[in-house]
Design a protein around this ligand. Structure first.
Ligand code: CIR
Length: 260
């Protein structure tokens, strides 16, 4: 599998946010999402993926599941396998069935069982290595299940504690080559010692959630220092507005499941 570039995605699955997004789980209690604006931002996201050559399957909102547009948390996909997760938040567990159905048409799937919990947002895979964040959403049993499942597909996983932020990928993402974009507290972690870590300024920590697709870096708008840092790599940078999605702790990676 290592001959495939980790960002050479041919397909992606997304789910449109619905009016229930206002009831999404959030750490920003005082902010109210505008679901119409969230949908506008989601449409721009789909357009960006499409313009980069990705065939996007768009699922409709899932009634009763306000956070269902954050499809990334429902599965971990590597070449040849998708692991359907058991999301850490009980209110999100019913999101997986419809995603599993769609994924099963594309790739063999295996399903995580209790007591394991894991959100896909805690998993970063770059080719044949990856990291699993142990967080409020992802437990040791979830990490062990995923590590074992991915070992059969040539991917070696390491765990990293997530002491701040919702998920590992709220703070660490791959941005090409040996480069990882990371929030300061993660930058010095020994798990990333073999990598060139680009530390993001603390006041732009949200921009750690940058997504690389087909050589282009899709970054959240409104984080100029991070944009300049990314532009200095020489790769094209596309900025997308995510402020509505951010009100419910969402970011760019969480809005899609991507398949090479
Ligand atoms: C949640 O708390 O589960 C949602 N409101 C946000 C999930 C964001 N997911 C992600 O970054 N992978």
């Amino acid at each position: 599998m290592t001959h495939l570039l980790p960002d050479a995605f041919s397909r992606a699955i997304v789910r449109r946010p619905g009016p229930e997004l206002v009831n999404g789980l959030t750490s920003h209690r005082g902010l109210r999402v505008d679901p119409v604006q969230a949908l506008v931002q989601h449409e721009a996201y789909v357009k960006a993926l499409t313009s980069l050559g990705v065939a996007v399957t768009v699922l409709p909102p899932l009634p009763g599941f306000p956070d269902a547009c954050f499809v990334e948390d429902t599965a971990v996909v590597v070449p040849g396998c998708a692991v359907i997760t058991r999301p850490g938040a009980p209110s999100r567990r019913g999101e997986t069935a419809t995603v599993a159905e769609v994924l099963a048409r594309m790739v063999p799937v295996v399903t995580m069982d209790a007591p394991a919990t894991l959100d896909g947002g805690d998993v970063l895979v770059v080719g044949d290595v990856g990291w699993i964040g142990l967080s409020d959403r992802t437990n040791a049993a979830g990490a062990a299940f995923l590590t074992e499942a991915l070992s059969h597909h040539g991917v070696r996983m390491t765990t990293v504690p997530v002491a701040e932020g919702l998920h590992l990928k709220s703070s660490v993402n791959w941005v090409g080559g040996r480069r990882l974009l990371a929030a300061a507290p993660f930058a010095g972690h020994p798990a990333f010692a073999d990598w060139e870590v680009m530390p993001v300024p603390p006041d732009e920590a949200y921009a750690c959630n940058t997504l690389r697709v087909a050589g282009t870096l899709i970054a959240p708008a409104g984080h100029p220092a991070t944009r300049d840092l990314l532009a200095a790599t020489g790769d094209p940078v596309v900025e997308l507005a995510t402020d509505e999605i951010a009100k419910v702790d969402g970011g760019l990676t969480c809005l899609s499941l991507r398949l090479v």
